[in-house]
Design a protein around this ligand. Structure first.
Ligand code: PGA
Length: 229
């Protein structure tokens, strides 16, 4: 199976920064580097553009589950369709925690984008409190119970909240335990996210189907090293 390497720019990099970044990264890649990898970049919504890249697929970090309409401040399907974007992140912990997207909202988005044939990166992951309680595997199972885990265009991103943007790495053993468990629930590729960087990517890629990279994707040289891991 191809390893999935995805960069999530979050609310960083302007449109012009993103255009420069994508053009440069695409030019640094070649068939040999990319033969075993599937590459995705999720830029800010104002940086969405037609996918003119040879090796990179552009996805949306978020979108409303509507074709169009009265949803002030939201991006709808027509806006993604304009750029032929058909890849989306759903359920990122920042959307869940900062913007109150609970399991039922995430499931609604999943169902909507599934019916529109998107590739969906569905993010799940436990808080530190749940990890410490020892009930994290049950929690992950519960998060997945809201969606169709047999959807053929699903990628599950396991991202423990306590390891996202904190610089705290989950250990390879901790990641392995969760990925193995998730593989008993779904045949979808299971990728890992949470403080992935150029130093730990290699070990994580050995036990996962890929990585979802936040802050370390912002510097092109660092992200390139991760791709080369
Ligand atoms: P991080 O973010 O790599 O900065 O921890 C990962 C993510 O939020 O997907």
């Amino acid at each position: 199976m191809l390893k999935i390497i995805a960069g999530n720019f979050k609310s960083n990099l302007t449109r012009s920064d993103s255009i420069k970044y994508l053009a440069k990264l695409d030019s640094m890649l070649n068939d040999t580097i990319c033969s075993s990898k599937d590459l995705y970049i999720f830029p800010s919504n104002t940086s969405l553009m037609k996918n003119n890249y040879k090796y990179i697929t552009i996805g949306a970090q978020n979108c409303n589950d509507s074709d169009s309409g009265a949803f002030t401040g939201e991006t709808s399907l027509i806006h993604l369709n304009e750029f032929n974007i058909n890849t989306i992140l759903v359920g990122h912990s920042e959307r869940r925690n900062l913007f109150f997207e609970n399991d039922s909202i995430c499931a609604r988005k999943f169902t909507y984008f599934k019916s529109n044939n998107f590739k969906i990166f569905y993010c799940i992951g436990e808080s530190l409190e749940i990890r410490d309680s020892g009930k994290y595997l049950d929690f992950l199972k519960h998060q997945l119970s809201f969606i169709d885990t047999s959807f053929k265009n699903l990628v599950i991103a396991y991202e423990p909240i306590w390891a996202i943007g904190t610089g705290i790495n989950a250990s390879v053993e901790q990641i392995y335990e969760c990925i193995s468990y998730l593989k008993s629930i779904s045949n979808a590729p299971i990728i890992y996210g949470g403080s992935v960087n150029e130093n730990n990517a290699n070990d994580i890629l050995k036990i996962s189907d890929g990585v979802l990279v936040g802050s370390a994707s912002l510097a092109i040289d660092v992200f390139y090293e991760i791709i080369n891991s």
